[in-house]
Design a protein. Structure first.
Length: 221
């Protein structure tokens, strides 16, 4: 009996030791993953810190580069500045000269037109005399060589004026226009309506777009 009890106690002690060992092994196994997880988290934290430090360093380098390039851009070579100033002055002078040339050409054109208008205005009475003289001739007189010569001179003079841009103002049958006509008389008319030019007493002329002399007309009442 004593031996049996001894053997039973030994078995119980062995069983208890095995359970203790098993529990110890379980705790170690449970603790190991937790330690590994903490180690992984620590590694990730270190990696993040390293990345942040690298980004900060890169940003700092970019700022330094930006400041360097800005300083470099602000600083110009005196020769380049002088060249830019001379180019700017040249462009202004060219623009001023072009404006002066255009203004001078316009003034010359206006002066020429004014001078031409003045000369044409002085020639117009001569044309009036030619027209009155030809209109006063009889049919027999118009057949003479003298009258034909006078008519040829008149036609040549009118052709020359036409080539220069001189043209008569239309009057008879047109509505009275104070821009072109100078009404000196009004009379009743069965042929024309009121306000229509019924007779031209003196021809008016234009030089290009400028009126040299207004038409002297009679207007229907």
């Amino acid at each position: 009996m004593a031996d049996m009890e001894k053997d039973l106690n030994e078995d119980i002690e062995a069983t208890v030791e095995e359970q203790n060992d098993a529990q110890a092994d379980g705790e170690v196994k449970e603790e190991v993953p937790e330690a590994e997880e903490q180690t992984d988290e620590a590694d990730e934290t270190l990696d993040d810190a390293a990345d942040d430090a690298s980004d900060d360093a890169a940003e700092g380098e970019d700022k330094k580069k930006g400041k360097f390039f800005k300083k470099k851009e602000k600083k110009k070579d005196p020769k380049d500045e002088k060249i830019e100033a001379l180019n700017d002055r040249l462009m202004r002078n060219m623009a001023e000269f072009d404006n002066f040339r255009k203004r001078t050409e316009k003034e010359k054109s206006q002066m020429f037109e004014t001078g031409a208008s003045s000369i044409i205005e002085k020639i117009l009475p001569v044309i009036d005399d030619f027209e009155r003289g030809l209109a006063a001739m009889s049919e027999e007189e118009k057949a003479t060589s003298f009258a034909q010569g006078i008519e040829m001179i008149y036609k040549k003079l009118m052709s020359t004026l036409t080539d220069l841009g001189v043209k008569p103002i239309e009057a008879v049958g047109k509505e009275f226009d104070p821009m072109y006509h100078n009404a000196v008389m009004q009379a009743p008319s069965e042929e024309y309506e009121s306000g229509i030019v019924m007779q031209e007493l003196q021809k008016g002329y234009m030089y290009k777009e400028k009126i040299v002399r207004h038409s002297m007309v009679m207007v229907a009442e």
